[in-house]
Design a protein around this ligand. Sequence first.
Ligand SMILES: Nc1nc2c(ncn2[C@@H]2O[C@H](COP(=O)(O)OP(=O)(O)OP(=O)(O)O)[C@@H](O)[C@H]2O)c(=O)[nH]1
Length: 568
Amino acid sequence: MPFDEVLRQSPIGMAVINFDGTYEALNEVYCNIYGYTKAQMLGHCFTMVFKPEARASVLELHQRFLKTGGILGGEWEVQRADGTVLHVISESAQVPGIDGTMRRLVYVTDITTRKKIERDLEASHLFVHSVLDALPAQICVLDEKGIILSANSAWINFLISNGGNPEILLKQTSYLDLCKPDAKVTNKGSLEAELFYEKLLEVLAGDNNYFEIEYPSHLPDERRWFIARVTRIPSAEPPRIIVSHDNVTALKVAQVELHESLTFTRKLINSMQDGFTVLERNGRALEVNPALCRMTGFMDTELLRSGAGFPYWPQDENDQLQALLQRVLQGAEGEIEVSLIRKNGTRFPANMTFSCVKDENGYPINYIATIKDITERKRMEDDVHRLAFYDPLTNLPNRRLLHDRIEQSIAAGKRSGNHAALLMIDLDNFKPLNDNFGHDVGDLLLIEVASRLRSCVREIDTVARFGGDEFVVIISELQSESGNSKNQVTVIAEKIRNALCTPYMLPIQYDGKPEYIEHRCSASIGVALFNSHNTTETQVMKWADKAMYQAKDDGRNLIRFYVAPSLQ
Ligand SMILES: Nc1nc2c(ncn2[C@@H]2O[C@H](COP(=O)(O)OP(=O)(O)OP(=O)(O)O)[C@@H](O)[C@H]2O)c(=O)[nH]1
């Protein structure tokens, strides 16, 4: 085939260039690569497709090639007619011209697209590597045999910090050699190391695509934990295995600290004397302590049952509980004294304190309640109250409470306009009983007198022990008219006098044996009838006392009235 025809039909760009560099012949493909017409190229120097600064050197290469032979080819960065840059690959051969001098036949292929792909690929590799290098996890990529193909900076640094040599990356090193249970770089000899090795073999063999394992890797002066994750990328051809190690020491330490703190908190809660519970807003208890179970009689499983809420709270006071919880949700501290109900139905007084736990956004999520059994405190309060206001022998109100009751009676009279009466009652000849049979027997008589006095009056009336063998009775709500009220009191006073005259059977010990003595006694009763006008407590007491002494003076076992001057 004539040379011109070869040029014409060639699928690759071809040109013939003489010694001084001018194109002697070229084909269409060649012209198209550079974006010129044949006419624009023929007779011109081939350096026209190079950047100006490269032209002299490429001409020199061309001429040296024609003079001395050798190889002239490779990849070039050149310019199209429109100034755009393109990459070509060329090969050259010497061919003789008609005049016998040598020409250069050059074959050119446009590789711009391939170059771009190569560049993009390189950029993508670089990107992937820089991402991997930026990750704190230690990552390396293995082939199916376990050979380390690449590793990120964290992995290399870890290798170095554990005494390894990063050059192993260049030496087709098998990861299996590094992580053998007895290898230096791993947590040598540990159970986790053996497990890791076994599992890695499975992934390399394609029997498993993923596993992760947490393992300790302590240094002499530092405790460390890692998580190893091994992933086989099945879509990769040939398959690749990614091994990553994450230092999870901080997390682990936090977990350990959290666990210790929770254990401590639980111990604290469990050792509390007071009941303690944490509830969700829907009423489900999340925590209850043994003290709460002890005081309520419910088992923890019963209290923790979904929706159980506060089963020891009295049903009829549920509204109060709901209102309290509502206040607590709004940020108030809620404290309440309530009579709680044990599982067996019995009650006990408790002091409950409520507060609520909020999440990081300030939204209330849980209630916390502490429950204090205040039975003992209440009993002590009652005792203190009793000691302060009641006579310990007869359980009757003492002088202090009597004082209040007289005040109340005067106030009630002011409101109603009714009369009231104060009876001062002193036993006659009490002393001889004490003297003959002892104080204990005298006490028995006083107790019996108290009981008889109580049985003579209504609930609303007061019977008090004034001291020694002296008692006071306040009769309230008599009629407003003084004559009528005097009649009413007379009946009651008479009833009292009779009751106290009735013989007493007092148990005594005689020669170590229980016996009874019959004792007869009487009482002198002074009555002060009063209404609210110009009356004070002291006055009323004085009047009754006076009347009582009158009764004594008149011979005992008598009732005498003191009529207030305002009523005379
Ligand atoms: N057993 C006993 N005796 C008491 C108690 N408090 C006071 N007494 C005694 O009660 C007696 C009261 O004395 P008086 O009221 O003067 O004696 P009385 O024999 O009743 O004489 P008249 O009142 O004049 O009839 C005294 O002997 C006190 O020691 C007590 O709590 N228990």
